[in-house]
Design a protein around this ligand. Sequence first.
Ligand code: HEM
Length: 388
Amino acid sequence: MEKILNFLESRTKVITFWKEYMIGYKVPRELTFPYVFGILSLIMYLVQLTSGMVLVMYYKPTTQMAFDTVNFLIEKYVPFGWFFRNLHAAGANFFMAVVYMHILTGIYYNAYKRPREITWILGWLLYVLLILETVSGYVLPWGQLSYWATVVTTEMPTAFPKIGEFISLWMKGGYELGDIALGRFYSSHTVIYPVVMGVIIILHLLLVRINGISHPEGIEPYDKESGYPFFPYVLLKEAGIAMFFMAIFLTFVFFYMHPFKSPDNFEPANPLRTPPHVAPEWYLLLYYEVFRSVPNKLLGVILFGLILFLLLLMPLLDFSPKRSARKRPLFFALFVVFLISAISLTVLGTLKPTPKNAYLGMFFTFLLLLFFISLPIISLIERREKNA
Ligand code: HEM
């Protein structure tokens, strides 16, 4: 064994790399449980990549074949095809859930602040790519929901005068959704987005190593040498949590796929019949509710983009010298408002579009925006407190 390791070390420097990146990487002793969500996001990316590789062997991206290859060939004839499909379908939901928890952890501990701004920007790009990845993947089974959800998505750009029509046509590859659109979504979903995400994930992790993980108590800079080595202590602890997480995930995959499969999508796409309810998956309901609660389509699209954009701008908006919600009561209060509005918008997205729900939607959209708008104000207050 030693000989093999020496052979590899002399040619690839693999042991030096391991020592530098796993043992030499020290994390604060005070690290809390939510810091595990980054690793869980990484695991879910790998689950999606590997299960997708199997599905792609049998799937045919044509409007004639797509539905049958998924619902008959893969589900019924390919050995363990159902398992890989379930992994992939439930996996998308678990991936989104852990990424949302990872974002919330970053916000709570103010991990976006100097020197981690670029880690945050790369993370934000990963989130946008993940949204695109789920939207493009939704089209592939070519069921009723796939088709009609894509009609809604590709119509959204038409809210913009003049260029909107062009963008919509470009996305669809024509006036109707058909083979060209399916091919485009297929290529983006299986090659473009996953490859770009893979590259960004590597850069994201490199930056975490370079800047060190943020301190839950908001101490910056902190004495890195007083922390625990990532390997074996932190990695093993996180592996234990990851196994527990995988046990829950696989319980759903094997025994309870019901929440991840809509009956409407077990019907082949029919351009002549609109299903009664076309709503996105839970992880996009927030944006859907923002979009539909305002009376103007263009304003809806702008607000949807604005929320995403403000999330990107967090390192600029929050310039307070203080860090971590644990040390910032005002920020903590705002964080709670943010959380309540995000959850309320998601819940409202599942309800019928009544005028009362639209008003509630507008109210929580306002609260959500208030979180971002208040950040510079409380930063100024906290800066003054610190200087006083
Ligand atoms: C494919 C998706 C992603 C993967 C695989 C991933 C992976 C990771 C890992 C393994 C870490 C180190 C451990 C940790 O802090 O949990 C990390 C840290 C970080 N991530 Fe992500 N991440 C993803 C998406 C995001 C998103 C969407 C954001 C924010 C918009 C983000 C922002 C950050 C920040 C700021 C850090 C540094 C945390 C700190 O120092 O406390 N990441 N990421």
